[in-house]
Structure formats: structure tokens, C-alpha cells
Write a protein that binds this ligand. Sequence first.
Ligand SMILES: Nc1ncnc2c1ncn2[C@@H]1O[C@H](COP(=O)(O)OP(=O)(O)OP(=O)(O)O)[C@@H](O)[C@H]1O
Length: 250
Amino acid sequence: MSSPALSISGLAKSFDKPVIDGFDIAIRQGEFYALLGPNGAGKTTILRMIAGLLAPDAGEISVLGVDALKDPVAAKRLVAWVSDEPMVYDRLTPLEYLEFVAGLWQVEASTARHRAEELLEWLDLTDVADSRCGGFSKGMLQKVALAGALVHEPRLIILDEPLTGLDAGSARKVKDLLREKTRNGITVVMTTHILEVAERMAERIGVLYGGRLVAEGTLGELRTRIGGGHTTLEEIFLDLVTARPTETAA
Ligand SMILES: Nc1ncnc2c1ncn2[C@@H]1O[C@H](COP(=O)(O)OP(=O)(O)OP(=O)(O)O)[C@@H](O)[C@H]1O
């Protein structure tokens, strides 16, 4: 049996107070998973720990069978991290940026060029492929950052609020691109506050509250499990995160 794309157990992280407290998850290869939770629940903190940008206090993280804490370099090769605050070098053009990032991953030059052009075309950036990123809007920068995260062909893509700030056409492009990736066996984990997106796109949804997962399943499973006649994800979500006493969540 193939390894899960992502397996986390007993994950814990405190800053001035506990934020993540016994978080467990298992996501299979090719799955599209949405991680939901109210502001301050710890979603970004979890994604940063998966991406190797933040050390957990406790717990285990495995990416496609690679222990991400013991062998972070090997794990990072498999993972793409797309932050909600895109950071792209102002002085580079999208094409130069993608070739630069591909170079960091030691992607061969002609392969890098081909992938870069393909990604830029897919994200409607071909016309500005040779313009400096310094003059780009936030949405355009977001798309360049996304392309940069995908250029080394990662097996696990983790995205923090990838659709915020994108116009309807761009959001659709990004959604189509991610769907296409999952069809090819790539795993996508994203956080979103747009519950409609989670409802439409994710095969499974997890709700984070009080530092751990308080519910997880397909939309149908959540409806059955949470019950109460709730029909929309918004109702289920609000039921989960408003009726509980706060333990460790901000
Ligand atoms: N570097 C840090 N130092 C101190 N506290 C932090 C740090 N990073 C995150 N926190 C705290 O951890 C908690 C979780 O933050 P996090 O950004 O992970 O939440 P989130 O679920 O992504 O929220 P949002 O939906 O608003 O983006 C918050 O209380 C935040 O203030």
C-alpha cells in the first residue's frame, strides 16, 4: 500500500500559549483536502510546520513516507508551500523568477523553461512573462508565487488562502490547475475561509478548533455526523466553532 501523502500525529506548538495541541491527520495521495477553522485557530501554524518553516514542540510529520522532522531537505523536495503573503523578487520578471526557483531545485534548464512557460500560460501570465514583478498587482503576484511553488513539480501542495485577492477568472484558473494536479495523483491541502470553495472542491474537510481537529470527513459525512438538520457547510462550521468553550484557540 502506498504511503499517505501527509501523516501527522500528536503535533503541538505553543507560542505564549498553546496553539496546536494534539493535532492528527492522515491525507491520502491525490486527495483534495480543505482545512478550515476560525481566525487564529492555528491553520497557518500547521502549514508552516509541514513546510519545515517552523519547528513543532512535539509530534511527527511524514510526507509520502519521509520523516519531515528527521529529513527536512528530502521532505521539502516533495512539498510546495504557497503562503497567503506572496513574496516574489520585484526586480525579476515572472519567467526569470520561475527559472531562478527551478534552479534552486536543480531542475535542468530546458525543463525549467518549458515548465515555467506552461505554468505562466495556464495562469494567464504569458503577456507579462517578461515584465518586472515590481509593478504587479497582489493577485498577479499571487499567481507568480503559485507558479514558483509548482515549478519543481511537488507531490504535496499546501496553500494558505490561495484564492483571496484573485478575480473570478483567476480564481477559476487556480481551481482548475489544482483539480488537474489531484487528477494526476498530486495531493492538495488548502486553508480557506470561503466555505463555498471547500464545499465544492474538497473531497474531505477538516475543522480545526482548540488546537486540534474537531470534525473531519466528506461533506456528506459531516452532515450526517454533525446532524441537527444542517445542510450547508457554513451551518456545520458555525455549529462546530461557536458552541464550544474555548480551550486553547485564540
Ligand atoms: N510567530 C508567532 N509568535 C507568536 N504567536 C504566533 C506566531 N504565529 C502565530 N501565532 C499565534 O498563533 C495563533 C494561530 O495563528 P495562525 O496564523 O496559525 O492562525 P490561522 O488559523 O491561520 O488564522 P487566520 O484564519 O486568521 O489566518 C494566533 O493566536 C497567533 O497570534
